[in-house]
Each structure stands twice: as C-alpha cells, then as structure tokens.
Design a protein around this ligand. Sequence first.
Ligand code: ADP
Ligand code: MG
Length: 457
Amino acid sequence: MADQPPTVNSDIPENSKERFSLIKEQFVKKFGCEPIFFARAPGRVNLIGEHIDYCGYGVLPMAVEQDIVIAVATQDNGKLNLSNVDSQYVDFECDVAKYEINSSNPVWYNYFLCGFRGMSEMLGLTEPTGMQCMVHGLVPCNAGLSSSSALVCCAALATMQANGQQRSKKEIADMCASCERYIGTQGGGMDQAISFMAQMGTAKKIDFNPLREESVMLPSDVVFVVSNCCVEKNKAASSDFNTRVVECRLASQIIAKVKNLDWRQFKRFADLQRALGASLSEMVAIVGSVLHEGAYMKSEVCEVLGVSQEELAQTSLSANTLQVSEFQLRKRALHVYSEAGRVERFQEVCNTAPPGASGILGSLMNDSHTSCSVMYECSCTELDDLVKICVEAGAIGSRLTGAGWGGCAISMVPSSVMESFLAAVVEKYYQARGLGPRVGEALFATQPGSGAAVYLA
Ligand code: ADP
Ligand code: MG
C-alpha cells in the first residue's frame, strides 16, 4: 500500500467540496483561468516518540484532518506563481530554473520551494513545467502539527502531478524528508512519512533506514485530544531544533570514540546502538558511564574527539549551530534511548491489548512528556502548565507533541469523561489566560486521517 503512488482521484470528498470550490474561486480571481487539479497533504500529531526520528528511531504518529490544499494549473512561460488564500502570506513569482531558498529568513514560499526543488531534482528536470498555485492551509502554524511538512509535501506532490510523473509514496516521503532540509532544519523524516503513508482510522509506527510503516490500532474506549498552548515556535527561525540534532550527533560521536569505534562514521544514536550490539536499556547504562552531567564546552568536545573547531564544524555542526558554545549530551542521550523504548512498548501494548492497556499507554505518554521537558528541554512553561491541566482534567496521558518549545499537547482521554475534560481545559487554561476566543481552533478531538492525494478539478 505504501509503495503505491498517492491516489489521483476525481472525486473530491463530500465534506471538502465547499472548501475546494472556495480555493478554486480564489484561484480564478488571481490567475484568470481554472485550476486543473488539487494536491492535498495532511499535518500530523505524534502520539509518542519525540525528537528521535533524526536519531534513527521509530515513531508513532497519525495524520490529522487539517491539511494543506494547493489548486494548480500549468503554464508554459517558465514561471512559478504562488499565491495564498490567507492574505498574510504575500504572492511570489520566480523562474522555474532560477530561484533561491532563503533559510535565514524562512518566509512561507520557501517551504513550497523546498518541495518544488526536491521533486524537480528527483524527476531529473532542470526545467520543470511552469505552475500557477493557490495555497490554502488549515494546519495551525508553528504549533507542532507539522504545517511546514504538509506544505513541503503538498508542493512536491503538486510538482510531480504537474509534470505528469508518478513515484511511490515511500520514494516521495524520503525525498521530502531530505528537501525540507533546504529550509535549514535537520529533521528526521517522520512528518513527511506520515503525510504520505497515513491511512484513515489507524495510527502508524514509522521506522527509518529504510522507511517502513505498520498500522497500529488504538484503544477504542479513548479519544485523542489536541490542545494548542498558543505559544508559536518557528523551527527554521531559531537554532534550538538544530542544536538538539547536533547534541545527539556529538553524544553519539563521543561514545563511539570512547568505545574505540571510527567516530566519524556515527551521526545517529541508532547506528551507534547497532554497532555496539547493545539493547536500549544497555545503551542507557553506557550513556550514564561515558557522558558526564552538565554542559560540554565546545573546546572539551574538540579535545575528546581530537579535532580543531573547524574540523568539528565539518563533521558535526549545521550552518546555524556554528556559534553554539556548549552542549548538553548526557541528558539528550538519556531522553532519546528511553523514548525509543517507550515507543516500542506503546506499540506492543496497542498490538496485544493487555488488561489496563489504556493506563499503560497513558503512563508512557506522561513519562515521555517529563523526559521532553526535563531531559530534552524542549517544552515551555505554558505547555507544561497545559499538560498538567489536561491530566488533572481527566486525561490518562498527556504530552507535548512535535518539536515543542510551544505548540500543542496530545492527550488520551476516556470517551466517558470527554465533555467534562473539555470544559475543564477551556476554563483552566484558555479562559484563565484570556485565550477563550481561540478555543475553536486550539482544542479539538482528532482521529487518524488519510494521507496525501491528488484530485482532478
Ligand atoms: P510546524 O510545527 O507547524 O511545522 P514550523 O516552524 O516547522 O512549524 O513551520 C511553520 C511555517 O510553515 C510557517 O511559519 C509558514 O512559513 C509555513 N506554513 C505553514 N502553513 C502555511 C500556510 N497555510 N500557508 C503558508 N505558509 C505556511
Ligand atoms: Mg515543522
């Protein structure tokens, strides 16, 4: 199923018809002609497995209903014209063969260009066909539901269709994971994988290198609720995300060096674990004995690895982490290895449904949040408060989802207490902070949605 290309479908889903016709209307108004197709790619919510995809470990997301839709027509003047239904996003025009992706100022169309460039390169096209595009997004931005990847994936899919080509979902997802890095973030591939491989009604365990997916049936007596703490975090506009990626790399490399491995070969914790032939819990013990508490200054990292700062930049750093002077290695490594274990256990409990399954899953989610907040330091006060309020309101488990530093929590709530749960969260978080007017878009129950697809207009 995941090896098939994304569906080309002439039947726009009944509940999307009104929205698609509004996007079409905007398209006609802007470009004076009709679109020939729509591309659609969903955002996602990660149930468990945070900040571990780029370390080579499996994660457990599902697609959300919220998505990016792009109405597209081709044109033969060699131009790419981008417009957005939301007028806060300015129009953009460039030649299909001549444009730059500006990672130091990640304006919205740069995400489109990531997908456009990635797909053009994958198809071997130096001059892809010109396109007129009208973009409409419903994924909350900068909130951990991966609006960025939905846009990148949707742009790649639109480019493929416009050029009359087909590739499998896995191939496109792998390519999109790489091409979103043109914006500067060194992500791992979860967001792009689930955007293409999602299936209505089921969460997915996604594994990497090579990309694989397995359906995971969630308990039927619970509802998953997304709540946005309303603190925004653009991942490409700060170095926080890449600093975590680099800390993981450096920790892998130092452990590899101490264990007499060729440390330059190691960038990911999963590869290190494989080379050492150790279990996840043995890796936790190894981290505890090799890496010290507190920060490593850059000079200490260089000394341990036996390299100059210039060489370290080559082997381990990204463009926006060259200036970072200290790195937390032990805490980050302990988070990743323990979180990878929680994902395995979560999947096993879903598959075997032992008595008290929901309770076990809830505890795993709570532990994941604590680890993200304390060890990985990727939460924020508002998000920690919101998670606490969700648990007090009756969630069996609650945790930040996505990269963090703001954005959303995901809570697992018994169906029987849903109403009182929502009422309590509205009162204690949203109303208490004057965010009452935002409840409609910020707090919602979600079910596993379907993956990216093309619809003929
Ligand atoms: P997220 O957690 O939502 O993926 P990121 O910081 O990775 O957050 O990326 C969000 C960025 O993606 C936004 O700042 C914006 O530039 C772009 N984006 C997302 N949705 C849209 C949209 N509907 N229209 C235009 N740009 C969008
Ligand atoms: Mg993103």
